[in-house]
Design a binder for this molecule. Structure first.
Ligand SMILES: O=C(O)COP(=O)(O)O
Ligand SMILES: [Mg+2]
Length: 231
């Protein structure tokens, strides 16, 4: 069996969005895939350190993409910064000064991006930054809004891992729930949108599940099981 690489979102995929509680059956299924020789790599808007720690405690592949693609954690002391924090902070100041209710979300420290509460009109902020010729990226993970550097998203962040690990997109299976996962779907031959995804997100995936979040992960892996024997 050829080794597959699962690129797995966290919030809303293996957790219930907002609460952050892990679906243990889903994590157990991902650990099993790792144990039989596949890669299982978290790709999230959370910090890359949180994702790396989840891989350690969860028993999956010990490398992680965090900050919505802006940062890769390779081990406890090695982080690859793909985004530019200053650039994102400048954009944050601009929208904060001109739009009401633009506030930072209390999250673990970020090295490359700004994370905001979902308390303002994101399209209004996108238009404002476009008028000022600031091409940072604004996105909504359903858990938070993110300001990332131009060209930085989960797809480009994961492609850096694919390059480092010589992983072909033919062997990538992406699993996610929100708009921030669409760039990740695009670098994977197989992509899974969970039942809690919007119709727009589902339209970008090759597989959709009826079950939501972690239960949807299990549903999808059950569907793929015949193709996923030991490596
Ligand atoms: O947006 C976040 O910070 C987390 O969300 P994600 O794990 O679904 O990317
Ligand atoms: Mg998510």
């Amino acid at each position: 069996m050829k080794q597959k690489t699962f690129a797995v979102d966290i919030d809303g995929t293996i957790t219930e969005n907002g609460a952050g509680r892990i679906n243990l059956d889903a994590l157990s299924a991902l650990r099993h895939l790792t144990n039989i020789g596949h890669n299982v790599i978290f790709v999230t808007g959370r910090s890359s350190v949180e994702a790396y720690l989840l891989s350690v405690f969860g028993g999956t592949t010990k490398i992680a993409v965090g900050e919505n693609g802006g940062c890769i954690t390779l081990n406890t002391n090695e982080h690859v910064l793909l985004g530019d924090l200053q650039q994102c902070q400048s954009a944050f100041q601009i929208i904060k000064n001109e739009i009401d209710n633009v506030v930072e979300k209390p999250v673990f420290p970020r090295m490359t991006e700004v994370v905001l509460e979902r308390t303002f009109d994101l399209d209004l902020a996108k238009n404002l930054l476009h008028e000022k010729n600031l091409d940072v990226l604004l996105s909504d993970s359903q858990y938070a809004f993110h300001i990332n550097s131009p060209g930085i998203d989960k797809g480009t962040g994961f492609q850096e891992i694919m390059r480092r690990m010589s992983i072909s997109s033919d062997d990538v299976i992406a699993i996610g729930d929100s708009a921030t996962d669409i760039p990740l779907f695009k670098v994977a031959k197989t992509s899974i949108a969970l039942g809690n995804s919007s119709e727009f997100v589902k339209s970008h995936a090759t597989i959709t599940t009826s079950a939501k979040s972690g239960d949807g992960v299990i549903e999808a892996l059950d569907k793929l099981a015949p193709k996923l024997s030991e490596v």
